[in-house]
Write a protein that binds this ligand. Structure first.
Ligand code: SF4
Length: 216
């Protein structure tokens, strides 16, 4: 099985660099990672789009980016046993779908010989966190729209324990992805300050903590 990196530059997913029609430049464009962020706390999306604030990336985010590069070079040499195989695997595939105003970069796309594909999101973690599953579903839906493959399933691969969790792209999860996008769009278009998560747990390590003075 051949594993290769998709050829693209990070700027390709910046709106200014996308070959968009005039009417496609209207409205709010989201990234798939916004869906994960929204599920962690809707305020993270509000801050990112309405009120960008000077926050420092936590060290673990920086580390995560470094390890992503290391992981990529490892994957080019050795494909994990816990993941399915196909005819070919593409790493770091950029996806842009104007009707949904949604972009993303899927970590790995396994192409099979029956016109189906499997998306994989790599996480430098030991356990799956809320929101990651919906991220995988959104990547799969984008691949279907942009590249035309049928994507029945995806995987979250936990690099720290070398295990994979399968995510079946059920209709209910697909509907949820669309509903989350609508909710994010409504929040921004109405400039509505959202509630935080129900518990305080997510706030403890949040870089926006000092801007949410109703949480502690
Ligand atoms: S501190 Fe809590 S409420 Fe505020 S953005 Fe972070 S997670 Fe959300």
């Amino acid at each position: 099985m051949r594993v290769k990196v998709a050829l693209w530059s990070p700027e390709e997913l910046e709106l200014d660099h996308l070959p968009l029609l005039e009417d496609e430049k209207t409205g709010v464009w989201f990234q798939v990672t916004d869906i994960k962020q929204y599920l962690y706390c809707p305020r993270l999306v509000y801050f990112a789009y309405v009120q960008p604030l000077p926050v420092h990336k936590p060290a673990k985010v920086e580390e995560g980016q470094v390890s992503h590069e290391e992981l990529k070079s490892r994957l080019l040499r050795h494909w994990p046993r816990a993941l399915p195989r196909g005819q070919e695997v593409l790493l770091d595939v950029p996806l842009v779908y104007a009707p949904w105003r949604l972009t993303g970069r899927v970590d790995a796309l396994i192409l099979r010989d029956d016109d189906t594909a499997v998306v994989v999101d790599f996480k430098h973690a030991r356990t799956v966190r809320p929101g990651w599953k919906m991220q995988v579903v959104a990547y799969g839906m984008l691949v279907e729209q942009v590249l035309g493959y049928n994507v029945p399933e995806g995987y979250i691969y936990l690099t720290r324990i070398r295990k994979a969790q399968k995510v079946v792209l059920r209709p209910s999860l697909r509907r949820r992805v669309m509903a989350i996008q609508e909710a994010m769009r409504a929040m921004l278009e109405q400039d509505r300050w959202p509630e935080g998560p129900s518990g305080r747990g997510p706030c403890v390590a949040c870089e926006y903590r000092r801007f949410c003075n109703d949480r502690f």
